[in-house]
Ligand binder design. Sequence first.
Ligand code: FAD
Ligand code: FES
Ligand code: FES
Length: 488
Amino acid sequence: MGQIKSETKTRDHIVFYLNGRRIEVRGADALKPLAHLLRYQFGLPGTKVVCSEGDCGACTVLIAPFRQAEIQKFRSINACIAPAYSLDLCHVVTVEGLAIGGELSTVQQAMVDNHGGQCGYCTPGFVCAMTVLAEDCLAENKIISEKRARNYLTGNLCRCTGYEPILKAATAIELDKVISLSRYVSQASIEDFSALSSFDILIQDQNFELNMPGTLTQAVRLKKQSPELRIVGGATDLGVLLNKDKLKLVKVMSLAHVSELEQIQHSGNKIVVGATVTLATLESVLRQQCSELQGIIKVFASPQIKNAGTLVGNVVNASPIADTIPALMVLEGKVIVSSGAGARQIPITEFYKGYKQLDLAADEIVTHIEFEIPSATQVFKLYKVAPRKDLDISVVTCALLFTLKNKKIEAARLAFGGVGPTVLRLSKLEAKLIGQDFSSEVFVQLGLDVEKEIAPISDLRGTKEFRLQLAKNLLKKCYREVSAELGL
Ligand SMILES: Cc1cc2nc3c(=O)[nH]c(=O)nc-3n(C[C@H](O)[C@H](O)[C@H](O)COP(=O)(O)OP(=O)(O)OC[C@H]3O[C@@H](n4cnc5c(N)ncnc54)[C@H](O)[C@@H]3O)c2cc1C
Ligand code: FES
Ligand code: FES
């Protein structure tokens, strides 16, 4: 059993503020999804649960975590998959907390005025997602455009009203009348969080154990003592499995309070992403650093998922259709791990040993992912093919990186996802490309060669033949795009 060293102060409960009210959660409740506690313990049934797997947004709530001695801005998450412990040291606002003094908030009023709801199941989630939209536009002094509204509402589905009135409501929000959710962030709550943050968390009974250490040293020590401790990141993969009874977690460790892992560092063309950095934070940093990679994270899931899910979780989850892995495969990605034996770096091309099999020992924690952003003279292309543009799982993914000189290929890196048990880097074909022309003929031949190197299967998302064709088509698309962009 993981015992926290004696000199570390521990608490046996988590604390968050719910619509301004201080809440302590103890025992097994700390492992339950937030939506469950909201509806069945705190008497707040406005948060709906429809899909229970992060897909529909009916359970959207707003959170503002206390990190690095500050309260961050409010963001949306899916309460159906968020474990209650992940809310430790957060302000949480539900749909019940939006009205002010019994009056509908400006956002709620816009939904009413524009007939944005019929059955009402999706409405609380939409209203919460729109509240963040309004807060962000207000903070940035921007109007709410329909494009931005669509982006913020990607994670919210409506089955009966239709999106037109909802988008109309979003763009009709009167920003000058919005009263910010920061009204919930009292000085007393900041002082409370500040005092609580010096405690590690250990909640245990005979059936489970939850650890939330405050330092990486302590996290490594715990993992050494109890290698069976399952590390949970944003729980956007694990939360779904738990809700569907496909997984039972007995011993859990969250790294949410390990401040060393919250950072993104970049020096030169190298970017190092800590284990608890969310995909949303990464997306905003990449906007400046690497627009191609930012573009693939833009079409990753929904804001709610990206506000919780992490890059490390995507890499360790090891899905052959994970959207970030092909990019990391061609960007010299490295998985950095720590254990009692020290740290080691594993090239991501060597991290996957088979379907969901990793070069990761039971006592190792993934602390960072490192990668190199391409230089301006390199050609970098990422593709995701999915039935829908937003909030959909990929059928085939592809990452291509070329160094060209006088229309000749000096170096090439190719990776495909959805075409085998792991994402595949096609090193043999890369070698064959060196010295060849960047020409249509070469890309047609490359398509034929790729077909022999990949081994897709048929499943619900597509047949083997469809995937083979997609792989070839993506190469053609790359050639056409690049030759047009570079005037080749
Ligand atoms: C509605 C929905 C849409 C989605 N859309 C996409 C999509 O478009 N593209 C895509 O690629 N994925 C998608 N996903 C999958 C998921 O969101 C991503 O894989 C995400 O990056 C997982 O990150 P997480 O932090 O939530 O991981 P978690 O669920 O917390 O963990 C995932 C795995 O990583 C392990 N882990 C986490 N952190 C560490 C660590 N530090 N050390 C060791 N092990 C660790 C966990 O034990 C677990 O095995 C979607 C999921 C949902 C529910
Ligand atoms: S209930 Fe559908 S996303 Fe949570
Ligand atoms: S109003 Fe019924 S699902 Fe949206």
